[in-house]
Design a protein around this ligand. Structure first.
Ligand SMILES: C[S@@+](CC[C@H](N)C(=O)[O-])C[C@H]1O[C@@H](n2cnc3c(N)ncnc32)[C@H](O)[C@@H]1O
Length: 381
């Protein structure tokens, strides 16, 4: 299948939009019908005040608003580092000045008060609920909120969820295989939902898992198996790559009193969950955090990297992120360093890893998962 065209045309706007990280072979477009539909609706119904955009995938919303000069100032927020990086790169490609653009991560206070909001409904409903509660504190009562998603991705109970946070939500007609919902900010602020907590035996840890972060109901079964196979007797620097709530790194610290730990993720709320949990249970230990696209841009090298990789990109099942993380891991291991990966057996990560590593060996298996050690290629010679 050919890569889709990067040209996004909407009314008078023509932008070149690509996803991040850039790849000539990328088959996913950087926008969809829900972005188009939201832009149609705000062009017709929007006011002149500053606009808050939530969960823009690659900048189609914010950059279109900035390119048309309507409504002037744009504030944007989302949890994904790669979405933020796509927006920055796409702004540069299109020569869009970001002087009247403000960004904040979900747990930061907004840089500017907006008077209307455009929301892409995120994959994780817990993130949406948390964001809607924040909106009620950030926008004046009565401010309009437009939300949209692709029909095939929208949860059935969305209207009911919206009704818990916003005034008089209504669903619009379907268009571009997407749907727009309209609502208003209520008269009083709605409290955000409580964070989720999950139990981790055998140490009795109770981990905080922030909105939208992986495995909020219970410890992931893959993570559970990997926790039984944490390397011991390790010294030096260890990376928990794709750390989520931080549980893998916590067990590495527990079993290895001399190591320094790096927890890395592309989700800002995963990093804040991991930071909270590590500081709560290991306040005296050396812990660093990296919000980024895997290890891209990080100078640090590691003696061990542990990875329970994502096998989705957005809503699609896709091993491209796992492959990218394997490649990055091979470039960030010291001589004789080891990448330990867990994967569903049917995914066959052993074969993929052989492309980047000198020696690949299965260290444990159960009926569902395989744990593989991959030893570094180039530096070990
Ligand atoms: C399967 S979860 C594992 C989480 C945690 N380590 C555990 O075992 O419970 C995969 C994690 O990878 C993160 N992730 C996805 N894409 C990433 C990327 N490009 N760079 C870094 N982390 C990424 C996700 O946010 C998620 O936290």
């Amino acid at each position: 299948m050919d890569s889709p065209s990067p040209i996004f045309e909407h009314h008078q706007t023509r932008l070149t939009l690509r996803r991040w990280p850039r790849s000539a072979a990328d088959r996913l477009q950087a926008w969809d019908g829900a972005d188009r539909y939201l832009l149609d609706v705000v062009a017709e119904e929007g006011g002149a005040g500053p606009t808050l955009v939530l969960n823009d995938q690659c900048g189609a919303l914010a950059l279109s608003l900035l390119a048309t000069g309507q409504p002037g100032t744009v504030v944007s927020s989302g949890d994904s580092y790669t979405a933020w990086a796509a927006l920055q790169a796409n702004a540069a490609d299109n020569g869009i000045d970001l002087a009247s653009f403000h960004w904040h991560w979900p747990s930061d206070p907004p840089a500017l008060n907006a008077s209307q909001a455009l929301v892409r409904v995120p994959k994780e409903l817990s993130l949406l609920e948390w964001q809607l509660a924040s909106l009620t504190a950030q926008l004046p009562p009565g401010s309009p909120v437009w939300l949209a998603g692709m029909d095939k991705h929208l949860p059935r109970n969305l209207l009911e969820v919206l009704g818990r946070y916003l005034d008089k939500p209504t669903a619009g007609l379907g268009h571009y295989k997407a749907r727009v919902f309209r609502a208003r900010i209520p008269a009083s602020v709605v409290a955000p939902p409580e964070p989720a907590y999950i139990e981790v035996p055998p140490y009795g840890w109770q981990l905080r898992v922030d909105a939208g972060v992986f495995s909020r109901q219970q410890l992931d079964i893959g993570a559970r198996f990997l926790l039984e196979h944490i390397p011991e007797g390790v010294q030096g620097t260890v990376c928990d790559l794709g750390c989520g709530n931080g549980v893998i790194g916590m067990m590495v610290l527990q079993k290895n009193p001399l190591i320094s730990l790096w927890s890395c993720d592309e989700s800002a709320l995963a990093i804040s969950s991991a930071r909270y949990n590590l500081q709560r249970y290991f306040p005296q230990r050396s812990c660093s955090f990296y919000l980024g696209n895997g290890l891209d841009g990080l100078e640090q090298e590691f003696d061990w990297i542990l990875l329970n990789p994502p096998f989705h990109r957005g809503h699609a099942i896709d091993d491209s992120i796992a492959r990218m993380l394997f490649r990055q891991a091979s470039q960030h291991l010291r001589k004789d360093g080891v990448l330990r990966v867990i994967g569903n057996r049917h995914l066959g990560y052993e074969q993929l890893l052989k492309k980047y590593f000198r020696r690949v060996a299965v260290v444990a298996q159960n009926p569902k998962f395989t744990i593989v050690d991959a030893r570094s290629y180039s530096k070990a010679g």
